[in-house]
Design a binder for this molecule. Structure first.
Ligand SMILES: C[C@@](CO)(OP(=O)(O)O)[C@H](O)COP(=O)(O)OP(=O)(O)OC[C@H]1O[C@@H](n2ccc(N)nc2=O)[C@H](O)[C@@H]1O
Ligand SMILES: Nc1ncnc2c1ncn2[C@@H]1O[C@H](COP(=O)(O)OP(=O)(O)O)[C@@H](O)[C@H]1O
Length: 284
């Protein structure tokens, strides 16, 4: 069969506009409330089917070997749901733009884009709900990217409700460290009892709503994070996304975001991205 391709697929970054830890499950996982915001910036993936059943990552990702790459694991997981006698493979190339352990959901988004793209190319026929279920096996943030819209999330991030968020620009600062998520969740000083909020609470005043409960812990363990927050704080409400390390600030007007970017000290990588309402592959 001739190969089929899907090129230039964006695996968008996400921001956690706020992130509250409201409790802990019996298995140790933390109950969260958060709003996930999609951005128009992320990793770029290219897919080409092959008919020998092999899944091959054709580009290097420094720090992530192919077998543990969420892209490869997502492709193999989807492959395993297909019947015997129908085992297509794929070459997958990635242009990695999001930092590892940045709290931008890079690995999770790569996995979601892979599930969406290969479900289409392989004509696997799984519906969105089935893909979200598969995605949860790979990571707590994966279902959100498959859901495809900005969302209020509860549970461990898998109970999703679509939510409208402000249009505008985000300046994102990369402090240059990779924060391991387990280290933040296991910290003694993490507070785990923030009062639950409602979607209406968020929707009434979304800009600057709530806080990130993981920020205090990450800033203490990684002074680079604390330094980035206090620099960006000069220009507006600055906070960390996810379990870190990246920090962000919202600007309703693009020139204001550009002005901040110009002022960023040379030792930090920084960029701006626009808030988007839908995942680029939402309608695939
Ligand atoms: C905190 C969040 C918020 O968006 O974002 P990131 O900073 O990772 O993007 C996520 O919920 C992270 O999800 P994800 O990165 O998939 O975490 P996982 O790999 O599933 O979990 C890594 C480890 O963190 C702890 N963990 C994770 C999620 C959670 N709700 N409670 C936890 O206690 C567990 O010890 C788990 O073994
Ligand atoms: N394709 C991938 N991109 C990024 N990280 C990956 C990928 N595959 C596996 N990982 C692993 O997942 C970890 C979390 O990565 P990432 O999703 O970028 O961070 P975060 O969850 O903080 O946004 C990385 O440190 C890496 O070990």
């Amino acid at each position: 069969m001739p190969s089929r391709t899907l090129n230039d697929c964006l695996a968008p970054a996400k921001l956690n506009l706020f992130l509250h830890v409201t409790g802990r499950r019996a298995d140790g996982y933390h109950l969260l409330q958060t709003v996930f915001q999609l951005l128009d910036h992320g990793d770029i993936l290219h897919f080409e089917t092959r008919d020998d059943g092999v899944i091959c990552r054709t580009s290097d990702v420094p720090g992530v070997d192919a077998d543990s790459d969420l892209i490869v694991r997502a492709a193999r997981l989807l492959q395993a749901t297909l019947g015997e006698g129908h085992r297509p493979g794929a070459n997958i190339a990635i242009e990695k733009k999001l930092p590892l352990g940045g709290g931008l959901g890079g690995g999770s988004s790569d996995a979601a884009t892979t599930l969406l793209a290969l479900n289409h190319l392989w004509q696997a026929g799984l519906n969105r709900g089935q893909l979200m279920e598969l995605g949860l096996k790979l990571g707590a943030d994966v279902p959100f990217f498959i859901f495809g819209q900005n969302a209020f999330a509860a549970g461990v991030g898998e109970e999703l409700t679509a939510v409208t968020t402000p249009d505008g620009w985000y300046v994102v600062l990369e402090p240059g460290v990779s924060v391991p998520t387990p280290a933040i969740f296991t910290a003694k000083e993490l507070t785990r009892n923030t009062e639950p909020v409602t979607i209406l609470d968020f929707s009434t005043a979304p800009v600057g709503f709530g806080k990130n409960d993981l920020q205090v812990v990450a800033a203490k363990l990684f002074p680079e994070v604390a330094e980035a927050i206090s620099w960006l704080q000069k220009y507006g409400d600055a906070r960390m996304t996810g379990s870190g390390a990246c920090v962000f600030s919202f600007f309703a007007h693009e020139p204001d975001a550009d002005a901040v970017l110009k002022a960023v000290p040379a030792h930090w990588k920084a960029w701006k991205a626009r808030a988007i309402a839908q995942h680029p592959l939402a309608d695939i």
